[in-house]
Design a protein around this ligand. Structure first.
Ligand code: ADP
Length: 261
């Protein structure tokens, strides 16, 4: 259902104006829907062939052990860029689905301590950075989509690693606060200027194109974070100071405590 202007006892001119307004509204809604559909179709159509291309690249890389260093590097770069594009298309697809209310969630009761530990050990391996976990000493559960929350944490940790010096720590905090689970991703990195903080969750928004263009992101990471967290009934916010670091905070409704008998 969309907003409609409905005026029962208004003069004819005002009623006509209302009609025109309503017609414009429904045309706008129609064209938004078409745009979403278009993005969704294009992403889907491009993802399939790219997945096949990457499959071939991977199989050549695995089977050919007589490649010279130049060929090897060319194929590895091609494969990395293909994977990056596939991820970008997947993000676009998810955002388009969320826009039209068709983002599919598989919600189940999950132990967040395990999820955090899994993501952190993965991130430590690929980034070579030290990532600490600080958690209250008990099990924290929530009803969430495991894979999507995993994606959220990966995006946040990825940023914390990208936008901080290699010798600074990244810390993940897991806590319970009244009825809410609080997950924080903290870094001691470059920080985000105040005037940008409200905009970084927008699609394709990046603070400093010059500085960030070398870090290979797309500017979709945080909009995915926001979309996924909100679809699970949670919220995300940022606190940051230039030159000191950033804290991204996610709050999610905690699973109700089991009744003790
Ligand atoms: P990107 O792919 O550019 O990382 P994101 O949506 O994840 O896209 O982030 C948007 C922008 O917010 C980034 O380009 C960067 O400027 C800023 N940003 C995000 N996380 C951090 C962080 N932990 N520290 C400093 N800046 C950050």
């Amino acid at each position: 259902g969309q907003a409609q202007l409905y005026l029962k006892n208004a003069p004819t001119e005002v009623k006509e104006l209302a009609n025109t307004f309503n017609m414009m509204l429904s045309r706008l809604a129609q064209s938004w829907e078409q745009e979403r559909q278009f993005v969704s179709n294009v992403s889907h159509e491009l993802r399939t062939p790219l997945t096949i291309v990457n499959g071939y690249l991977q199989s050549v890389l695995r089977r050919q052990n007589n490649l010279n260093p130049h060929q090897l590097e060319a194929l590895e770069t091609a494969s990395l860029e293909t994977e990056r594009t596939i991820r970008l298309l997947q993000d676009l697809l998810d955002l388009a689905r969320a826009d039209s209310g068709y983002l599919h969630l598989r919600k189940e009761l999950c132990l967040l301590n395990d999820l955090v530990a899994e993501v952190v050990s993965m991130a430590e391996k690929y980034s070579g950075r030290v990532i600490k976990i600080e958690s209250i000493n008990r099990e924290i559960e929530a009803i969430i989509d495991y894979n999507r929350l995993k994606q959220v944490l990966i995006n946040l940790i990825d940023n914390a690693v990208k936008y901080s010096a290699a010798d600074t720590p990244v810390i993940i905090k897991l806590n319970l606060q009244s009825e809410e689970v609080i997950i924080q991703v903290c870094d001691h990195g470059f920080g985000i200027p105040l005037q940008h903080q409200s905009r970084i969750f927008e699609r394709f928004y990046r603070v400093d194109e010059a500085r960030t263009s070398t870090t290979g992101g797309s500017g979709l990471g945080l909009s995915i974070v926001k979309t996924f967290v909100e679809s699970m009934g949670g919220k995300v916010s940022v606190r940051s100071r230039l030159g000191e670091g950033s804290i991204f905070t996610i709050s999610l409704p905690a699973a109700p405590l089991p009744i003790k008998v």
